[in-house]
Design a protein around this ligand. Sequence first.
Ligand code: CA
Ligand code: CA
Ligand code: CA
Ligand code: CA
Length: 306
Amino acid sequence: MWSPRHGRVTRTLLLAVTPTLAACFVDVPPALSGGASSEGEGPGEGTTGTTGLTTEDVHDDADSSSKGCPTTAPPGKWYLDQDGDDWGVEPAQVACDQPPGTAAERGDCDDGDPERFPGSLEVCDGEDDDCDEIVDEFSPVNANCNGCALAERDGAPHWFCKDDAIDWVAAREACTELGWTVELLSIHSEADHAWARTQAQALYEGVDPMGTFWIGLRRADPHWASCTADPAQWEWSDGSPLDYAAWSMGQPDSAPCDALCEPVDALDEACPRENCGHMLYLEGGWNDRACFAAGVGYACRAAPPP
Ligand SMILES: [Ca+2]
Ligand SMILES: [Ca+2]
Ligand SMILES: [Ca+2]
Ligand SMILES: [Ca+2]
């Protein structure tokens, strides 16, 4: 997602700043020939630069010594910061004083955009603004985005989205495109269930009272072609155990199911299987349904930060 862009910016910047910052960087030593020093772009051989480290000191004491630095200011690690948001990018450079154009912190996911850095406020713009590898999640200024009501519970971002023509497979893709830790919602307790139901009711109020939204329920692969109505055959798409259940009365019922046909995939309408699960937002119960069916939306959840 951001890595290729990140890498391109870094290479460009290293080329751009090397002549002026070289004297301060241990891993990009300054040119010692007369060219650079005669132009005033760096100290000559054996001279003392503005950092307090001589060029020879830099070569001799790159990683472990404060030789050449004031005792109160041993060499620090500095990261290239092109956009001036005080967040830089690898690689680190070592110098007594902070070289111009660098930051003490690393982790900027876009060093060409000063609005994007760790801790920035997430907004609805299709970008990951706070550099947590999740796009457009809840923040104090981002409670609604692209038809989704956003919320956070126990540190985990949630999306409850309106979409009346989306199948289970497309709904799952819509979740995973928001970040590698984002999946269709899994529910693991009565409290999880009650909270999700309340969020959904607020979003879908006024929509079809029998409306349903997709959650991460799916029949496990070994049972994909089965016509058996067995709750033990079900799992969550995020890989977590099915340790809590709120099936509506009589569900899952695996109907209709033709045992003589073999489904090609989840969206094979020629051989319907109720292999995906959704939640009735008013009643709150779960139901098995054909994965190609459409409801009123879907819910996603990102794993909370470690
Ligand atoms: Ca930056
Ligand atoms: Ca930035
Ligand atoms: Ca983010
Ligand atoms: Ca954003």
